[in-house]
Ligand binder design. Structure first.
Ligand code: 5CA
Ligand code: ZN
Length: 413
């Protein structure tokens, strides 16, 4: 399907450092990407409701990675899915009395507009689950050939025992897995399963649900197989980073990796797995199922500058969990005004040190708060606040700081 329009991104006169990222699988920082290319798969939305700040936080986090790679001179291949058929989407469509396809189209279009407003670079391949069903069927067939799937009634399950590396992505104990699995769509107690953790890969047609032909009868794909198939198709085996929010560490990313490992033994699904923290609101994780949501589109409709929304996100390290408040937004609106004032002077404090600090911070596990602090130091020096004497010695400063704000942080002021 169509992605969204790409913003213009300035090309910086300096090359950024190579990128290090915290890898969930190894539990520490790893160098990702290079020497010339990098590839990224970020799990996309399930389009049954509008984009909330938690989603935006995750996509802005991986946008920083995409930009850091580009600033380091790499060619980036970026793929993202849309889970445009799944239980929550079908349930919501029934509840509100709209066709599930219409709901998915409408919410995906709103997501595109939100991403554009936030200046998130679009993926090269933006792919829906429905349009990927032939890929999913082909992947399940390969799993079947490897003896890794079995039937329960008319549904097909994947046997986690088929992957020797199962558990290596999340590093969870079996006990922890068993606890989380049912909270995130799993069905450990279904009679007939070989292992309670085995995930569904093909769900046979149920009355009133959409279905597609397959060698196992009419049905629809399971969730994890969808991302495994789409990522492998567009990025190949062993792509650089799989990203998503931390609620996808298990089972989603573990199962994607397990599917891929069985069809290509010895090749990792992704070289690294990166996860953004959860954004809360009113004391709980912002989630469509709980309804405690702040929508990006609602803020935009209230004439909030999307750059202020983006700055609120950048002020939090992507791996941290944090809580959205209106005060954070008001504060960011004021900061953006102050930064624009400093940039409007043209001359300013020397730009080279801030450009270097911003690029170094982002390349070091996407340290956006560190980058924001570097910009704030330059603004303070340029405006002569917080004990600084105003320093306007660099005639090209504003242009260079604007360029790095845009290229590295996605803030176009
Ligand atoms: N379609 C699947 C992925 S294949 C899915 O999880 N969709 S979603 O719409 O529920 O979430 C989209 C992305 O936003 C995921 O990466 C998820 O981890 C992230 N996300 C969801 N809620 C939050 C939150 N409160 N804070 C941060 N990120 C969140
Ligand atoms: Zn996914």
């Amino acid at each position: 399907m169509r992605a969204w329009s790409a913003p213009e991104v300035p090309v910086l006169p300096v090359v950024g450092p190579s990128v290090r990222l915290h890898d969930t699988a190894s539990g520490g920082p790893v160098e990702v990407g290079g020497p010339e290319t990098a590839s990224l798969y970020v799990c996309g939305i399930t389009p049954y409701d509008a984009t909330h700040i938690g989603h935006a936080n995750t996509y802005v986090a991986f946008d920083l990675l995409n930009r850091a790679w580009r600033n380091a001179g790499l060619t980036v291949s970026y793929a993202q899915n849309v889970t445009d058929v799944d239980d929550p989407l079908l349930e919501r469509a029934t509840t509100v009395g709209v066709d599930w396809r219409e709901l998915a189209l409408r919410e995906t279009e709103l997501f595109r507009q939100d991403m554009e407003a936030l200046r998130v670079l679009p993926p090269d391949d933006y792919t829906g689950a429905v349009e990927s069903i032939p890929l999913v069927v082909a992947l399940i067939q390969r799993l079947e050939d490897a003896g890794a799937v079995y039937r329960v009634d008319d549904d097909l399950y994947f046997s986690v025992a088929a992957d020797d590396a199962f558990g290596a992505e999340s590093n969870l104990t079996r006990e922890q897995m068993l606890q989380i699995f049912p909270e995130r769509g799993g069905d450990p107690d279904r009679p007939g399963k070989k292992d309670p953790l085995d995930p569904l890969v093909w769900r046979a047609e149920r009355p009133g649900e959409p279905s597609w032909d397959s060698p196992w009868g009419k049905g629809r794909p399971g969730w994890h197989i969808e991302c495994a198939a789409i990522a492998r198709e567009h990025l190949g085996a062993g792509f650089t980073v799989q990203g998503g929010g931390s609620d996808l560490v298990f089972p989603h990313h573990e199962m994607c990796a397990a599917h891929a490992h069985v069809v290509e033994p010895g090749v990792p699904f992704a070289r690294a797995y990166a996860h953004a923290g959860m954004v809360a609101y009113d004391g709980e994780k912002m989630s469509k199922s709980k309804g405690n949501l702040v929508f990006v589109s609602a803020l935009r409709n209230a004439e909030i500058d999307p750059m202020a929304i983006r700055l609120v996100l950048l002020r939090h390290h992507y791996r941290d969990d944090w809580e959205w408040t209106d005060d954070l937004l008001f504060d960011a609106v004021d900061t953006i005004a102050q930064w624009r004032q400093a940039l409007s002077l043209g001359r300013g404090a020397p730009a080279a040190p801030v450009v270097e600090r911003v690029l170094a911070a982002i390349a070091d596990d996407l340290d956006a708060p560190g980058a924001v602090a570097a910009v704030q130091d330059w603004v303070d020096a340029t405006l002569g606040v917080a004990g600084h004497l105003a320093d306007t010695s660099d005639p090209a400063a504003a242009a260079q700081v604007s360029a790095v704000l845009d290229a590295a942080l996605g803030l176009s002021l």
